[in-house]
Design a protein around this ligand. Structure first.
Ligand code: ZN
Length: 385
């Protein structure tokens, strides 16, 4: 096919000319818009840039009064009110926007989202929940679900949290299987606290199936079996924990010592602990080995040799304090004071610390009470981090 070059020669300047014309029209439109924009708007903007929020708000209110149709100004004003903690006024601005019939769909969704944020910040969780639910199917859906999940977790409404997490997982918003297992564990603990042990066990078994790699359900299951008088099943749950999530074994080491004693299987537990201690010399594993040997035929003097072995590899004040507690000093009269000083110094080292926010606690938490992050506490003590 023959290609006619004359079209290009003729077409290019025409296209160029049309483009230039369009850009001129755009520029003119922009200039007219900015001329039309009220002075107060620029005044407000100026204040905002100088971080004078009070004056900015006054100027924006004036601008909105002069020109009630300006959507962007409403958004700016609403966000300013929220940032200043004036939630009632922020809500009023966003509700006013939503009540307008001429609002585009995008702006309506934006206003709905802003309103949800107002309620969230104000701590009005039931109204926030309602506003967030209205964002289902909009561009803000993912954010809204995340906020809803936080609300349900905070109010410990585990079935609702589970429902949202399921939807988020289906929408490929992440892997929520570990969280789902936590929700099941939380519900199981509530049943267990009411004495409904079978219901609790069913939920914990479901939690293990939901997230086989998660440690909590196996540990809670072992505790429940122990409570139900089934030490063998408890031991089995902890053995499976050691296989599936060995890093979490220090959290269950003292429980393992207890149930192994009850099941008459201390030697098996000892072998398991020593095997894992060799891979990962954790303080809790060390303590569990010492506890098992002290209770056994070997006695405490031999058992405490483990502290010395530990100190050869780890400069641990905690291990040194524990070892010294069983030793006889050359000046026995000062031993209580020395021991007290060492224990005082080593106590903060035996805490657990949230990897997300640094919050420290004497007990291990599955969800940080400081920052609400799940599984942010390592299974090791502060001294070992
Ligand atoms: Zn935290």
């Amino acid at each position: 096919m023959e290609f006619d070059l004359s079209w290009i020669v003729l077409g290019l300047p025409i296209a160029f000319g049309l483009g230039w014309l369009a850009s001129r029209l755009d520029m003119r439109q922009l200039r007219e818009d900015s001329r039309r924009a009220p002075k107060a708007y620029f005044k407000g903007l100026n204040y905002l840039l100088n971080e004078q929020q009070d004056q900015a708000i006054d100027a924006f209110i004036e601008a909105v009064q002069n020109d009630p149709d300006t959507t962007e100004l409403h958004f700016a004003l609403g966000n300013l009110f929220r940032r200043r903690g004036e939630y009632n006024r922020a809500v009023r601005v966003h509700e006013h926007l939503l009540s307008r019939g001429d609002l585009s769909r995008t702006d309506r969704e934006r206003a709905q989202h802003a309103l949800a944020l107002d309620f969230l910040k104000a701590g009005l969780l039931d109204r926030a929940e309602d506003a967030l639910r209205r964002l289902e199917g909009t561009a803000f859906e993912a954010q809204a679900r995340m906020a809803l999940l936080a609300i349900y977790e905070r109010s410990r409404d585990w079935p609702q949290a589970s429902d949202i997490a399921q939807r988020m997982q289906a929408a490929h918003q992440g892997d929520f299987s570990t969280r789902q297992a936590h929700y099941l564990c939380e519900q199981a603990l509530t049943h267990a606290s009411h004495g409904e042990l079978d219901a609790a066990r069913t939920l914990l078994e479901r939690a293990v199936d939901t997230a086989p790699q998660a440690a909590r359900a196996r540990i809670e299951l072992a505790r429940l079996h122990q409570r139900m008088g089934n030490a063998d099943a408890a031991l089995q749950a902890l053995n499976s924990l050691a296989d599936a999530t060995p890093a979490a074994l220090p959290l269950a080491a003292s429980l393992l010592v207890e149930v192994a004693g009850q099941a008459g299987k201390a030697p098996q537990a000892h072998a398991l602990l020593v095997h894992h201690y060799e891979q990962m010399p954790a303080l809790d594993l060390l303590e569990a080995i010492v506890a098992l040997e002290t209770a056994g035929a070997q006695g405490s003097a031999v058992a405490r040799g483990w502290y010395v072995r530990h100190l050869e590899h780890e400069p641990s004040l905690v291990a040194a304090t524990r070892w010294l507690a069983g030793e006889q000093l050359a000046q026995p009269e000062v031993q209580p004071q020395v021991q007290r000083a060492l224990e005082h110094a080593s106590k903060p080292l035996t805490r657990y610390r949230c990897a997300a926010c640094g919050f420290e606690a004497r007990q291990h938490f599955w969800q940080c009470p400081g920052c609400q992050t799940w599984d942010s506490y390592p299974a090791r003590r502060v001294e070992e981090l």
